[in-house]
Design a protein around this ligand. Structure first.
Ligand code: GAP
Length: 449
């Protein structure tokens, strides 16, 4: 059962160390968040799950980790310098600034005035000086999407790792947008991470692959605990498509603040490789691209059947890590009434996403023998796991269970006096709260991972 409100999620995130306002002790920085001990694990597990499904489980995708600082020419030919903007209006009465497409009844959301300027385009890219002289000429952009360096590295990847169409290049990394009105917790922020695949296909096979990736992505979300029934597929209307897109499906999710985009799956045609390629006239580029006289590379593949070089089409599933985090957290959030009249908050996260895979809890925090055995068990389990196992030595089993319910730990292992004598432990299941006694040597067989 999803959370009742964003406030419940914000409060849980702060209380249990998932997410903090960045620079909070100095009043924060709008639209920027930091991830705490639990947040960093959940984020990593989401990214690992994406990477595993997009790269490791396939033979037709390679990975990339490109730079954030971007040569302005990349974003000139990609069209971002000219078109990557949102419509900005000022309120003439209170000087507030807003996106005109977010206004309700053309009113200022701060003072309800309708005395607003006409909308004007505001470019969302952050710029920074490069080198010791800040003269406005030597600058780079912080990338607004991870996709562009996949396109500019197309030939490097292909030459070093030859592949035939169709094939893809995947990347996970930071992106930056100077959003006019960052809001709704981590939903719309200025610094975020994207998980993007650029999947290169033959022109003519693009529509089939677009449907294929829509299905693949819905399956992935389902495996992360965001069921199809929670996602609406929006076929983005032509007049709202990005400048590069022939067709885009937006996966729309019911976030606590409303139904909004979780992921976009776009058919970017041959726009990007065509835009960044030299000798464009040698190819039959279908998209409207800017004449490029500065690139030194042909971003094309050799069609052996037709004996010609051609620029592939691109299908792009692009998901934001923060929105994934928020949707997964929202779906996992449960408040349950217990038989003793109390309630518990429990995160029913898919096991592979839980920040802590198992907590090992000694019955008494000052009993050296119990604590030593608990440490040994923790170390033994950690050796066999790539996910985090912790020693939880609070001395209060009830409190420890409550904490681990709230952060979604699927396995709590209690070490008691029987553990010393009979080499058994109690394993508690997060969802059912059932407890069973098992041998220490068998823990791995019984743990939910
Ligand atoms: N390369 C394509 C691209 O960047 P987009 O629809 O602008 O397309 C893709 O962004 C995804 O990135 C979105 O579906 C969303 O999950 C995430 N995203 C975009 N802007 C964001 C922001 N300001 N804050 C958090 N996530 C954002």
């Amino acid at each position: 059962m999803p959370a009742n409100s964003m406030d419940e999620l914000v409060s849980l995130c702060k209380r249990r160390g998932f997410i903090f306002q960045s620079g909070e002790i100095y009043g924060g920085l709008q639209g920027i968040y930091d991830y705490g001990p639990m947040g960093v694990e959940l984020k990593k597990n989401i990214k690992d799950s994406w990477w595993s499904s997009m790269v490791y489980k396939r033979d037709d995708v390679e990975g990339l980790d490109a730079s954030i600082l971007t040569n302005p020419k990349v974003l000139k030919y990609s069209g971002h310098e000219d078109t990557f903007s949102d419509p900005l209006v000022d309120c003439k009465d209170c000087n507030g600034r807003f996106r005109s497409d977010h206004l309700v009844d053309s009113e200022c959301p701060l003072c309800s005035s309708t005395n607003l300027t006409d909308p004007r385009p505001f470019n969302l890219m952050f710029k920074t000086a490069v080198g010791p002289i800040d003269d406005g000429k030597n600058f780079a952009y912080l990338r607004p999407e991870t996709a562009q360096q996949i396109f500019t590295n197309f030939k490097n990847v292909l030459d070093s790792n030859p592949k035939n169409l169709p094939f893809g290049i995947a990347q996970i990394g930071k992106a930056f947008r100077n959003e006019i009105t960052p809001r709704n917790f981590i939903f719309r922020v200025r610094e975020f991470e994207q998980m993007e695949l650029e999947f290169f296909v033959k022109n003519g096979e693009d529509e089939r692959w677009h449907e294929y990736w829509l299905e693949e992505r819905l399956n992935w979300w389902e495996n992360q605990g965001v069921p199809r029934s929670s996602i609406e597929i929006l076929n983005v209307p032509d007049d709202e498509l990005s400048h590069y897109s022939k067709k885009t499906y937006d996966l729309m999710y019911k976030f606590p603040h409303g139904v909004e985009e979780l992921e976009g799956i776009a058919n970017r045609t041959d726009f990007d490789l065509g835009s960044h390629s030299k000798n464009q006239k040698e190819f039959e580029i279908t998209a409207k691209v800017t004449n490029n006289k500065e690139s030194n590379s042909k971003l094309a593949v050799h069609n052996l059947d037709e004996k010609k070089w051609e620029i592939p089409y691109v299908i792009e599933p692009s998901a934001g890590v923060e929105r994934a985090f928020l949707a997964i957290l929202n779906e996992a959030y449960n408040e349950e009434n217990l038989p003793d009249g109390k309630t518990r908050t429990v995160l029913k996260l898919s096991k592979h996403l839980a920040p802590i895979s198992a907590a090992v809890i000694p019955l008494k925090k000052n009993d050296d023998k119990l604590v030593k055995l608990a440490k040994d068990v923790k170390n033994q389990l950690q050796q066999a796991s790539s996910r985090r196992i912790i020693l939880e030595n609070t001395g209060n089993i009830g409190k420890s269970y409550r904490k681990h319910d709230e952060i979604g730990t699927p396995n709590c292992i209690t070490i008691d006096y029987d553990s010393l004598e009979k080499k058994t432990v109690t394993l508690r299941d997060r969802d059912t709260m059932d407890q069973k006694t098992i041998y220490i040597d068998d823990i791995n067989k019984h743990m939910l991972v």
